[in-house]
Design a protein. Sequence first.
Length: 723
Amino acid sequence: MSNLRKKIAISLEKEMPPVEEYKAKPGTEIYGSLVFNDGAQKQYLSKDVYKKLRATTLRGEALDPSIADQVAQGMKEWALSHGVTHYTHWFIPLTGLGAEKHDSFLDPTAEGGTVAEFDGKTLIKGEPDASSFPSGGTRSTFEARGYTAWDPTSSAFIQEGINGATLTIPTAFVSYTGEALDFKTPLLRSVEALSVQSLRLLKLFGNKTAKHVFTNMGPEQEYFLIDRQYFELRPDLIAGGRTLFGAPPYRGQELEDHYFGAIKERILAFMMDLDRELWRLGIPSKTRHNEVAPAQFEMAPIFEKSSIAADHNMIVMELMRKIAIRHGLVCLLHEKPFAGINGNGKHNNWSMSTNENENLLEPGKTPHENAQFLAVLVAIIAAVDKYAELLRIGISGPGNDHRLGANEAPPAIISIFLGDQLQDVIDQLEKGKPSSSKSGGVMELGVSTLPPLPRDATDRNRTSPFAFTGNKFEFRAVGSTAAIYWPNTILNTIVAESIDRIATELEGAKGDFNSALATVLQKEIKEHKRVLFNGNGYGAEWHAEAAKRGLPNLKTTIEALHAMKKKEYKQLFEKYKVLNEKEYDAREEIMWERYVKVTNIEANATVDIARNQILPAVIGYQSKLANTIGLTAAVLKSGQKGQNDLLANVAKGASDLFEAIEALDELIDKANEGSSLHQIAASLKDSVIPQMLKVRELADWLEGYVDDEAWPLPKYREMLFQY
Ligand code: ADP
Ligand code: MG
């Protein structure tokens, strides 16, 4: 083993994979070349069909089914010109990972040859067997069959492989009875719900021309890269994407030298390849940099409409994994791959805008725009307060449990950061007193009952889970592996409810609109201002303060999932037709299942690695020590007991470790005897996870004593610092 580790160190002098001539072909030339985008559509579709398709993709109008055959034909020809042989309906089942089944275009002819076939029916609808996807215990009522339905708002694209290419058609995945079996369908429904309510509000402010309100998303994706050869020697990373063992390295992130540091050559080569591949797919990759932890990085795209941004983020994660391998690296997207240093998040930048490109979260230049902005802002504040638990549910999962509440990620308490200036505006609005301040950067609302609005209210606070950053909100507590459809579905739905309530009150108000508006906003602020917090979200004082304010603090996934049972939450999704009861229950069930499965995998991996790799290494070293001491006993003077102490330490460690492993093994069995998922999950959390930590603690302690040559697992100091 030791020799192998040495070999790895040498092999780190990697040859770079052959890359294309980057300078010869600028990004502008390749951008979107693998997407059936506007340019390709123009070229391969008749003018009439092109126009109709654009109406759907751009303006959200219903698809005219009569054009399907012609779109399919054009898409096929375009794909064939790129050497494509297969097509697939791509969807996001409730595993949260992309799913695809490939079919070739080829159809045999009577003459013994083949032709490439692809018609409208095949484009619009696919029928993968749904029975092996999680359905949340509702399978008996769902037919096993599932249908994939083409989502024309997200462009088809080509996945290139080493030996060919596949036309990939983004789809929604539904059951025979029409229930959503995927993450995308509810997201699309939630955008629709938010649009309907927002248009009512906009109308009250005199906007009669907007036809749709969309949500925008810019997900910043964090990740780690380690050398693949280390990865292959870590069964824990292979099984679950996070290290279950590993003593803290003597150098971690304390020097604060990695964040925005110069990017190492091998990493930059990866990033460049990633950017190129993303650009080819029309994914607007924009920013790349080193993150806080050693070996940690981030990419951020330019924001897009939510459903497209969510699709693109799935592709980003997939490509990161794939391209890393080409560079002899492995990409770790888990929320907490390494204990003791930062984990990975996915900052979910979110805003709402009309089809006329008006960002509803832009404070605006005129008094009238400002008032509208404040109405939207207050609606969001109210939504986040009223449904904080739902937002927390949307980001829960076994991975994020290691991150939320640690001193690197926002706490599990959902609160909003507005910044001092905007907070001041809200405070004034609550009191209902117009401000006399008219200095420099202050905009007058021109409405006597509304306070002036600062032009730039974008100070920063990294510790807030939900922060206003200028013209968008940044939902920072989302986990790095998350399929972001789900948290955004929740966000859109709760804001739809808020805007609905406010619009209803305003529509019913008599008399002067501005004073009615002030009254409604005041009421909302009074009721929901407890969710506003501009201080340090990492501090212990905040936990006490939040408890005093009565804000929910669902510390773990299990607590969050219990809250998910509440009737009012289910009703909310039903009311806005985002999820019916069955669909909601299915998601809850699947989250419980996932928690139990992931924890079991990690617990069993802990037993296996400790028992079969670590313990034998420790015992081997112990035996070496014992032998040496036996052989040298004659020359040891009395009082020279260090060697005996070392042996005694190692022997005790081995003994304790063995006992801890056996205890863990038993606790896992016992936990899984529980009579329900909830009970099993509770035992896993309360007895198994703490015992896993005990095993780890002993093993990590032994790592510090046992001969480095004999240690079976690549160490943190190796994985995090050597490329
Ligand atoms: P930060 O300082 O937080 O990194 P950036 O300006 O780099 O801010 O933006 C981060 C992400 O937010 C990017 O993906 C960006 O495209 C996205 N973003 C910017 N404006 C909006 C908006 N109005 N709505 C949604 N996302 C946005
Ligand atoms: Mg950011």
